[in-house]
Design a binder for this molecule. Structure first.
Ligand code: HEC
Length: 143
């Protein structure tokens, strides 16, 4: 009995050690409810103010700005991590003023983009720390 607890504790220690560094096979993904509905609502308002002029209020793209919903967007990111998408947005967008928003605002916008792509909301807010987001895999939507 106690040796089983020791093994469990060791396994948890290893998981905690790699969590926050990189997504590991079997780790959380975009399918697991990684943002809250309230956060996505706030993100929608932020998106209209800061992103919709180029990407369209329906996220379907406009001229040079690509769609942020649908198959092509998802295939660009599937297999990477939520942290990589977060950094891409945070360091390059809005294209006319990159980095202008706070991490909290970028996390809200990312929650809205996930929602718009059909990923489920959950009980826990999307983190605004890149190293934690890199532990979450960007999965294709469930069918
Ligand atoms: C001034 C126009 C403009 C604004 C404002 C803007 N973008 Fe962009 N965005 C672009 C263009 C053009 C591209 C494609 C060129 C590039 O990748 O930089 C792009 C690319 C992207 C990509 C990469 C898409 C992919 O499939 O990999 C993401 C994600 C993105 N934008 C998110 C955002 C978010 C979120 C905001 C608001 C915070 C925003 N953008 C604001 C013009 C804009």
């Amino acid at each position: 009995m106690s040796s089983r607890i020791a093994i469990l504790a060791a396994a948890l220690t290893v998981t905690a050690g790699i969590g926050g560094v990189a997504w590991a096979q079997g780790g959380p993904t975009t399918l697991d409810g990684i943002y809250t509905a309230a956060q996505a609502d706030q993100g929608q308002a932020q998106f209209s103010q800061n992103c919709a002029a180029c990407h369209g209020s329906g996220l379907t793209g406009n001229g040079e700005a690509p769609a942020l919903v649908g198959g092509e967007f998802i295939s660009n990111w599937a297999g990477l991590t939520v942290g990589e998408l977060f950094e891409r947005i945070r360091t390059t967008m809005p294209q006319d003023n990159p980095g202008k928003l706070s991490r909290a605002q970028y996390a809200q916008i990312l929650a809205f983009i996930l929602k718009s792509n059909g990923y489920p909301a959950g009980q826990k807010e999307l983190d605004q720390r890149t190293e934690f987001l890199k532990a979450i895999g960007f999965s294709p939507p469930a069918h």
